[in-house]
Write a protein that binds this ligand. Structure first.
Ligand SMILES: [Zn+2]
Ligand SMILES: [Zn+2]
Length: 195
């Protein structure tokens, strides 16, 4: 699998990238310059944003946008989006290793696992929305008692109705009908794609 531009990796990006962990500096650059999180090139006319029901409820998607072709590739190659795994790896930082390159930053990566071992979380449903670049806006939501500050993509854009597509179902049997599924059902009623 291609190592996405946003993934934390060594200077030699093909050597054991830390899947599931984001390079904070690259994330910042991607959001500021409106680059694709997979190939790192500037986004063009149409942008795909992946989101979960909770992102939609908050109004901000934490995953930066992608080119439609990069999104298509990721949907098939990423084990989460392709539905090949059902639980997130709880401690991606523990898998990171050091390399031999003295100019690589990997010595400064944190490797402390959280004190309380967390059970792996079931993977939520994932959706994709298509936005014209003119509606692709970066937004920061202030921290609350329950959530940290979140910077991501504004997903409360107008006319989302016909732009939502489901990528995978939730792996959590307790999850009910989510707001994005309702949006899809509504969209189908008005002649859009069936959920
Ligand atoms: Zn390294
Ligand atoms: Zn791309």
């Amino acid at each position: 699998m291609t190592v996405p531009y946003i993934t934390l990796a060594h200077r030699d990006r093909s050597y054991r990238p830390v899947w599931g962990r984001i390079d904070a500096r690259r994330l910042h650059k991607i959001l500021n310059r409106r680059l694709c999180q997979v190939c790192g090139a500037p986004l063009t006319d149409q942008v795909v944003v992946f989101l979960r029901p909770d992102d939609y409820a908050l109004g901000v998607a934490s995953e930066p946008g992608l080119h439609p072709a990069c999104a298509e590739y990721t949907t098939q190659a990423c084990p989460v989006l392709a539905g090949r795994i059902h639980r997130y790896n709880p401690h991606p930082e523990v898998r990171s290793t050091e390399c031999d390159d003295p100019r690589c930053d990997c010595r400064h990566w944190s490797r402390t696992p959280p004190r309380e071992p967390q059970p792996p979380r079931p993977i939520e449903a994932w959706y994709a929305i298509h936005l014209p670049l003119t509606e692709y806006r970066v937004l920061t939501i202030a921290a609350t008692d329950t959530n940290p500050e979140i910077t991501g993509i504004d997903v409360h854009t107008p006319s989302l109705l016909h732009r939502v597509r489901r990528i995978r179902a939730s792996a959590d049997p307790a999850s009910g009908t989510d707001p994005l599924k309702l949006l899809l059902i509504t969209s189908a009623m008005f002649g859009g794609e069936r959920p």
